[in-house]
Each structure stands twice: as structure tokens, then as C-alpha cells.
Ligand binder design. Sequence first.
Ligand code: MRU
Length: 382
Amino acid sequence: MAPNSEFTDGAEAANSLQSICYKRGSLQLLDQRKLPLQTTYLDIRDSTDGWHAIKDMVVRGAPAIAIAAALSLAVEVFNLEDFNGTPDEAFSFIVMKLEYLVSSRPTAVNLSDAAAKLKQIASTVAAATSDAKNVFEAFIEASEIMLEDDVASNKAIGTYGASFIQHLLENSKSISMLTHCNTGSLATAGYGTALGVIRSLHTEGVLERAYCTETRPFNQGSRLTAFELVHDNIPATLVADSAAAALMKDGRVNAVIVGADRVAANGDTANKIGTYSLAVSAKYHNIPFFVAAPLTSVDLSLSSGQEIIIEERSPKELLHSQGGLGEQVAASGISVWNPAFDVTPANLIAGIITEKGVITKKGTDAFDIKGFVQKAALQSGA
Ligand code: MRU
């Protein structure tokens, strides 16, 4: 079942860069498949609508899909009228729905990380209450906090990233950045990760130009990142994915910055397909390559990127124009390999910019992310 209704340019759609519009009991998601030409929001009534919106790319980007999934279930439990179960039954209901939501897209860890945290909260409350409503209430509140926290986390990534990059580039006042896919307001609750760093460099007056790749086959770069850059009046140029190496060779790029869907404990990073080739080109041209991601994108249970499950998407994304949404363009009968992500090894990454600071390598090929996370937890008294 697809999300049930849509509306265009309504009051909630006033900010065209807001992918998630939520108030208690109601959720609308900006249909990113229609951007930049149409601003259409879909009404999400429950986890089934949420699952379809994620699977079908209405909402995409690792942080945004985690928050959208949580809020779709928050809306469902808020509007449940005929639930007469015990707290344990309320907990089981939440677990079942979360497992379903996690099955929508496998690569971004933010979704399963959010589900695990929400399960834990619901379980603690279920054990301590005799009223199922309290379990649902705790779930709703925790989901709402995830929405609020994401923007703050992105702003911190922006600040840390901009200052680290300026320092690395010896306080240059004209920095040009290349980015891939869409990691901005549309991929998060607001502001963005890699694009947040570019926004911060621009705010500080040191950004000469942002280059964004088209990001074939789904064109998140040309449709979404270009849209955000134009919206914010940031000097920006769109390039074909295949032009990136030539752009670097021409000396037009000072640093490359991308987001992440899952970062393994050694720093190997899964991100949008094409990220790996950008990192290889950057290494060849001696250009620093950064990953910007919240710690919710880190999966310490995986020792390296080899263990990351890479989602393969429909051949239609290549066989038809507009990332599968338009007319057929490829020869009928051709077979297709369409991985949505690739893994960039840690040795190609200069630093991982998080909301707690920038993780760097200390004379090795791998990052000690576990050590960084433990130190950050100690510093924040957690
Ligand atoms: O397939 P998508 O559009 O969900 O892929 C998005 C990316 O690869 C992003 O770079 C990543 O999720 C980080 S978004 C802040």
C-alpha cells in the first residue's frame, strides 16, 4: 500500500527543504522523487506507509530514513484507537513494526541503530508500568527527540568540519569542495552532514565553490544537492560523475566531502555508489577526502567494510531515464548490476567528521573509532 494522500504547496510545505514535517499524530514526507520540479508532500499514517516511502525513495538519506521510520510508527501508535493489550503486548507490537521498518533498506545503519535504541526505551518502560499507553507515549517521545537531535548534531558536524578543513588548508579564504549524492537538509532532519560542512564554510565566507556530482543513476546530486545549493545561494557547479577526475586534475578542488550510510569500526565507509571512485581519484591527485557523518552512522559491530551489506536496487534505475522513473533508454535484454552503495577503504579517508569532533588516523591505515567514541562518552559524562 502506498502512502495514502498527497498535497502540493500546502502550509506544511512552506520550507521546500524540509523533508520531514511532523507534529504529534501526523507526519508528511516531502516526495523527493518529484524534486526539484514539484513540491509534493505525502501523508504517512502508519509504519506501512513509512516502509513504502523509504523503499520507494520518497525519503532517502541515512539519517532521514531512520527518523521517518520512527515517526511513522509514532504516528501509528498515537492514533491507535482499539489497543487493549498489556504493556508487554504494546512492546511486542513496537518490536514487530520496527523489524518490519528496518527491512525497508539494509545498508544505512542509522535505521537499525534507531530501532535498537527505541526498542530499549520501550522495553524499559514496559517493565516498569501497568499501562500500555505509557509504552507508546515513551516511544513517541523518544522518536520526537531523534528528530530534534539530528539538526543539532548536523550543525556540530558543520562547525567541526569547517574549522578542521580551514586549518588543514592553512586558513585559505577560497576553498572549493566536491561532494557526491545528497547529504543536506533533504537527507536529514535539517542542515545536513557533508553538505552541512559546505554550508558552514559558506557561512564563514571561505567557500569559493561547491561542486556536486549528478550521482547516477538516481541523480540525487543533480536533483537534490543542486536544488539545495541554488536555494541557499551557494556558488555551485554541477558535474557529471565521470568529470570528477578531470576536475581534480584541473586543480579546481581543494577537498572532497561525502556522507555515510555505515562506517565500520576501522573507518571503512559505505556510501552512495561512486564514492569509492571519487576517493581513488582524490588519492591520486593528493586531495584530502573526508567523510562527514553522525556517530549513529557508525557500526562498531563490524570490524571492516567487507561485512557491510550493500543494497542492490532495481535494474529499472539504469534501463529507464530519470533513475527509473522515466522512459526506457537502454537496450532491452541487457543485464544490469545496480549496487546502491560502495565501500571506501579507510586508507583513502583523511578524516571522519562527527558531531563530537574529527576522527583522524594516528600513523596507521585504519581509524580507532571505538576509542574515539569511548573518549567522547567520557567527556560528555555519559
Ligand atoms: O540511496 P540514498 O539516496 O538514500 O543514498 C544516500 C547517501 O548515500 C548519503 O550520502 C548518505 O545516506 C548520507 S546522508 C546524510
